[in-house]
Ligand binder design. Structure first.
Ligand code: ASP
Length: 434
């Protein structure tokens, strides 16, 4: 039996936290492979080492003095090493990092050092082998992830080891250029390691209080989710539930390895389940900061290829679209505001050029809320309840999108109505317990 354990940044932010983690690992001999994040915040005013590294590298890239910033990062690690009474020096590592910063090795290289150094400390503390992820987690030159090569290299390497620490978040191209996943990506590394070693479970240890039906910053004491499917987990993570990186579901799902989120209210994660959800909905998550681009053209419905022409304008500018509800003579494309804002005019001219619409209107400051649940499929009136709850709460619904899987309903509202809308939906399904 092999378990892979991933620890988040706040679980590894200090020597005290490291010691707790050490005890957890040693308490179960099946916990053979460990994936650490970089040290996170020790308190709410603290800065994550990953953010310190990004900031430090920005100075290096601007050819400014970064020695003070790098020293502060070194001190974070030294506090952990000294607190654990280890005889380990990172002096040589920091010399190499400094040189590479001067050579402008890239911000992804810079950020990856957070996990790399924490992995060295963790391996030393546990007496486990250290496996540099740059040698076994493989990316393509364009920064995309190479799943097949990774699975092969990682599997071969780890099969020879009894125990090992594999730092999260980064890997490298076969040519050795370090690349990272997106933020929070150590969850993905944990999932990849689990698949490569055919783990019996992937334990993801985090400081948040369980996977909850809704964000505790919006709802007071939301109820925990008891059983969640991979698909629900991915939907909710993607839409802002910050427990797990949304892409970490795929490798373990394919291999049928359960993800076990370890904390006070730990749910079990399963592919499919006969457990009836406690409520019609499993969870609610959402994100602010969307823009809708509304495109009108008379007789749009009769024009073959109109949708493709519009979407190619986004594609040409490297912009991902989120949702695309449409009418007879109108279609709307939802995009992320930060990504879109920089290229707005280029996209609009491309739509005009490609599709010759009658008008294009843009609305900013929109939020998308996903109401997710396998229980919605067999229940009549779910959408009706959502919309009457929103109407009672005085929230104007700007967009509705329900996939045919009936696993989720996406609702677009104004950013200002975000919290009110989530509260209204939570109340109607959970507080009133209907
Ligand atoms: N340290 C990285 C971040 O802060 C990756 C991770 O923690 O998973 O995003």
């Amino acid at each position: 039996m092999i378990k892979v354990v991933k620890f988040g940044g706040s679980s590894l932010a200090s020597a005290t936290q490291f010691a707790k983690v050490g005890n957890i690992i040693k308490a179960d001999p099946e916990r053979k492979f460990v994936v650490p994040s970089a040290p996170g915040k020790r308190n709410s005013k603290d800065t994550k080492v990953t953010d310190m590294l990004y900031a430090c590298y920005d100075l290096a890239e601007a050819e400014k003095d970064f020695s003070k910033e790098l020293k502060k990062i070194k001190e974070r690690y030294e506090a952990i090493i000294n607190g654990l009474h280890l005889t380990l020096s990172l002096d040589d590592e920091f010399k190499i990092i400094e040189e590479n910063f001067k050579k402008k090795a890239g911000s992804q290289y810079a950020a990856s050092r957070g996990e790399y150094l924490n992995g060295i400390i963790m391996a030393n503390y546990l007496g486990y082998d250290f496996v540099d992820s740059a040698e076994v987690i493989i990316f393509n030159e364009d920064g995309s992830f190479d799943a097949d090569t990774t699975d092969k290299l990682l599997g071969e390497r780890l099969s020879k080891l009894e125990n090992a620490v594999v730092p999260g978040f980064y890997g490298a191209t076969l040519g050795g250029v370090v690349k990272t996943f997106s933020r929070g990506g150590s969850d993905i590394t944990g999932s990849l390691v689990s698949k490569a070693v055919h783990a019996t479970a992937y334990e993801n240890w985090t400081d948040v209080s369980g996977f909850l039906i809704a964000d505790p910053r919006i709802i007071d004491n939301p109820k925990p989710i008891k059983v969640i499917t991979y698909r629900e987990l991915r939907e909710l993570s993607y839409m802002g539930a910050s427990v797990l990186h949304e892409d970490s579901v795929f490798p373990v799902r394919k291999a049928g390895i359960p993800i076990n989120i370890r904390n006070t209210n730990a749910p079990d994660d399963v592919e499919s389940t006969c457990h009836h959800p406690a409520y019609t909905i499993t969870g609610i998550a959402g994100k602010k900061g969307f823009v809708s681009v509304n495109i009108d053209k008379d007789m749009m419905n009769a024009e073959v290829g109109f949708g493709r022409k519009v979407l190619s304008a986004f594609e040409e500018n490297g912009i991902n679209f989120e949702h695309m509800p449409s009418g007879i003579d109108t279609m709307t494309v939802f995009v992320h505001e930060p990504e879109f804002a920089a290229k707005e005019q280029a996209v609009i001219s491309a739509i005009n050029r490609n599709a010759h619409p009658d008008s294009i209107e843009i609305e900013a400051d929109l939020a998308l809320i996903a109401v997710v649940g396998r229980g919605m499929k067999s229940t009549r009136g779910t959408a009706g309840r959502i919309f009457s709850a929103l109407a009672h709460a005085n929230v104007n619904v700007k967009m509705i999108d329900q996939g045919s899987s009936e696993l989720n309903i996406i609702i677009g509202v104004s950013d200002n109505d975000f919290d009110t809308a989530i509260k209204a939906i939570y109340d109607i399904f959970v507080t009133t317990q209907l």
